[in-house]
Design a protein around this ligand. Structure first.
Ligand SMILES: C[S@@+](CC[C@H](N)C(=O)[O-])C[C@H]1O[C@@H](n2cnc3c(N)ncnc32)[C@H](O)[C@@H]1O
Length: 190
């Protein structure tokens, strides 16, 4: 069977950027823990001296994440909407990740919403440290996804370029409205 090279998907690209940025001892936030893949990934990057705070509105997501990360002591999980993430973390954080939409394998009617996502993103950039990175993977296909994606994209492109650098990564020739990644770096003077 023929094999093809493949460009990273938006979720993989988010991990690449986060891996480059995070180091042992850092603090990071998973704003939508879902099934716990991203929380586990962040916890591995920051190591036992670092810490990851994870949020989700569904107890089932918190439980799945707890199971996936069992044995790790550097994670705090909260069954709480992510607009409140800035109240849970005292120091500036090195990375924050959002993977929007619904819980795969769960109730598809429970999704992230533009109004609350926007508040969470505004609060996120406040607590991001200089040189820190925010990643957002947005999905267009589900109900409400297009509105949320547009809201996020507009917010990100309006960020002050003297403080933030913003990039967007997506497959532009795929049908079925593929997801896209937005990465926001809080710029640091070198
Ligand atoms: C695509 S899933 C996340 C996947 C996850 N990052 C992983 O690695 O498996 C989106 C999650 O966002 C959660 N969510 C929806 N609204 C939320 C909110 N206001 N605050 C925090 N999480 C929310 C959903 O419950 C769902 O579990």
């Amino acid at each position: 069977m023929a094999k093809f090279t493949s460009l990273p998907r938006p979720t993989e690209m988010a991990h690449r950027l986060l891996r480059e940025r995070l180091k042992p001892g850092d603090q990071a936030i998973d704003a939508t823990v879902g099934n716990g893949h991203d929380t586990l990934f962040l916890a591995e990057q920051v190591g036992p001296e670092g810490h990851v705070y994870g949020f989700d509105v569904q107890e089932s997501a918190i439980e799945k994440t707890r199971q996936r990360t069992a044995g790790l002591t550097n994670i705090t999980l909260r069954c709480l909407s992510h607009e409140l993430l800035d109240e849970s973390v005292s120091d500036p954080v090195s990375a924050i990740t959002f993977n929007l939409g619904y819980l795969p394998g769960g109730d598809k009617s429970i999704t992230t919403k533009p109004e609350t996502t926007l508040v969470a993103l505004r609060n996120s950039v406040k607590i991001l440290k200089e040189g820190g990175l925010l990643t957002i993977v947005a999905y267009i296909g589900h109900e409400g996804g297009l509105g949320e994606s547009n809201t996020i994209a507009n917010w990100a492109s309006s960020l002050d370029q003297s403080v933030f650098s913003v990039v967007r990564y997506e497959f532009t020739n795929q049908c079925n409205t593929p997801p896209f990644l937005i990465a926001v770096e809080k710029r640091q003077l070198l």
